[in-house]
Design a protein around this ligand. Sequence first.
Ligand code: ATP
Ligand code: MG
Length: 248
Amino acid sequence: MHTVNGAAINISGLVKHFRTGTAPLKAVDNVTLEIAAGSMVALTGPSGSGKSTLLHLIGAIEQADAGTIRIDDLKITTLRRAALAAYRRQVGFVFQRFHLLPALTVLDNVIAPVLPYRTRNDHSTRARELLAEVGLTGRERALPAQLSGGQQQRVAIARALMAKPRLLLADEPTGNLDSTTGNQILDLLLRLRDEHQMTIILATHDQRIAARSDRLIRLTDGRIADDLDLTDGEDPTDTLSRATRLRL
Ligand SMILES: Nc1ncnc2c1ncn2[C@@H]1O[C@H](COP(=O)(O)OP(=O)(O)OP(=O)(O)O)[C@@H](O)[C@H]1O
Ligand SMILES: [Mg+2]
């Protein structure tokens, strides 16, 4: 595979409940999982199966009720507040709805998350480079509303890369895009994964997008129902044979 600098993830006995009404609901129910550094893993499964919750636990946006998550040697499930905040800053997040700030230019959206830590000028060179990488040179001064959905998602991806993450979490990153644009976003993520040597975990309803990953994990009711290695001896670009194998 690729040379790796991306994070390796080790999850053991992970549980997350939500209290809704009377009975607690197990959104993530005893998940044990290892993810290789530098791989792209797709999480699929029906609505409510726990994909987003699992991403939020890995990104330390939500706290687990039981179990452990290790990111390389760092056990994030027992970190104290300051260390957790530092960890969160090193994780890239991409969402279905882009979450760009409408009043800020494209360039300032990319810079925004790292702004408290240095001045704007320190960051603008890197932000411009990242915008070039995602194909948006020339649009730095545009407002999000002046961009297409695919372009807005590219801005969100550039923003997620500002902190040089070794782990990128993407929750339905193509969910608001047509299939051509969605595939372009996936091309971009795969290229960036190789160039920046990241581990990527992506939740998606789109089986064709999922089939382009290195590994497909299907959740049902917060548990792992299927775990398929899609790389074994196959041409990684041969999405058609993968799709056939997955009976898409
Ligand atoms: N903050 C919350 N409070 C209460 N219940 C929640 C909360 N977040 C998620 N849940 C519940 O946990 C379960 C898993 O939700 P989750 O959002 O992880 O599913 P998902 O697989 O991402 O679904 P979708 O495909 O619709 O995005 C669902 O039953 C959901 O209602
Ligand atoms: Mg979700």
